[in-house]
Ligand binder design. Structure first.
Ligand SMILES: Nc1nc2c(ncn2[C@@H]2O[C@H](COP(=O)(O)OP(=O)(O)O)[C@@H](O)[C@H]2O)c(=O)[nH]1
Ligand SMILES: [Mg+2]
Length: 248
């Protein structure tokens, strides 16, 4: 399997070196694409320098901060165009242990289309997260799973592995979310397309350096999108049932 790890970065100069070194050590055979949104702290330059040293690390430089979903769409488009078999999503802030890459890949060999590193299945955890982040994440996930009926417990997790085939089938380029809602949108689309999602437990380590880019604006985009999709599904269900009744 040819594997590409796509990592979006914004202001990760303090983390990018340790991240890339640990990733290269844990998974020597994967290629890496860092998608940087013009970080003014020199994240892209650092990543390029490390690429020269470690090999198989490329940086896609985008002009300005435009959101996680936009960065992933750009990164995935490149990965698909270049014919990788598997695309992995991973954050640069060391919240996602690069050492878990082999665990993330194993279920794909056993027939899964997507593997989600989950904080909320037995064995998963988030030590040190402040209570408000924990609550936001937990209730956000509950809301999304109730409305979208995706069956995914941690639909906002950003640590995942996708088979390239399933990304083509769900048409990633057509996703809408600009921010973190991208994760939920992808889980939703994969389930609708009949893809098989497997969740494996991860320990999500809160970032030690740098700041989170999660904002109220980002969270509200997720809320609006999830509500819109959920309502749309209910209306479709209702229409279908009405049509069936008319036929009888
Ligand atoms: N390219 C790009 N990367 C982003 C953007 N927002 C967040 N990131 C990156 O996405 C990853 C997750 O963001 P983070 O701030 O750690 O979110 P949190 O873990 O939910 O607090 C990190 O690697 C960030 O640098 C963005 O607008 N553009
Ligand atoms: Mg983070």
């Amino acid at each position: 399997m040819r594997v590409l790890v796509v990592t979006p970065t914004y202001l990760e100069a303090e983390n990018i070196e340790e991240y890339l070194r640990r990733l290269r050590a844990a998974a020597p055979d994967v290629d890496v694409l860092v998608v940087d949104d013009g970080s003014p702290d020199g994240t892209a330059e650092l990543a390029e320098r490390l690429g020269e040293e470690l090999g198989s690390i490329e940086v896609l430089r985008r002009p300005g901060k435009s959101g996680l979903g936009v960065a992933y769409r750009a990164g995935f488009a490149i990965g698909l165009e270049r014919g990788y078999d598997v695309l992995i999503q991973m954050d640069a802030d060391l919240s996602h242990a690069p050492e878990a890459v082999p665990e993330l890949l194993a279920p794909l060999e056993a027939g899964a289309d997507v593997v989600v590193g989950s904080r909320y299945v037995p064995g998963g955890s988030i030590p040190h997260w402040p209570w408000h982040r924990r609550a936001l994440s937990r209730y956000g996930n509950l809301y999304a799973s109730l409305l979208l009926r995706s069956g995914v417990v941690d639909a906002t997790s950003g640590y995942r592995a996708y088979k390239a085939d399933v990304l083509r089938r769900v048409d990633v380029a057509a996703t809408r979310a600009t921010g973190y809602g991208f994760q939920i949108e992808m889980a939703y689309r994969v389930v609708q397309a009949g893809g098989k999602i497997v969740e494996i437990p991860i320990t999500f380590v809160d970032r030690v350096a740098g700041v989170s880019k999660m904002t109220l604006k980002v969270a509200s985009e997720e809320l609006v999108l999830v509500t819109r999709w959920g309502v749309r599904d209910r209306i479709q269900d209702l229409r279908r049932r009405l049509r069936q009744r008319q036929r009888r």
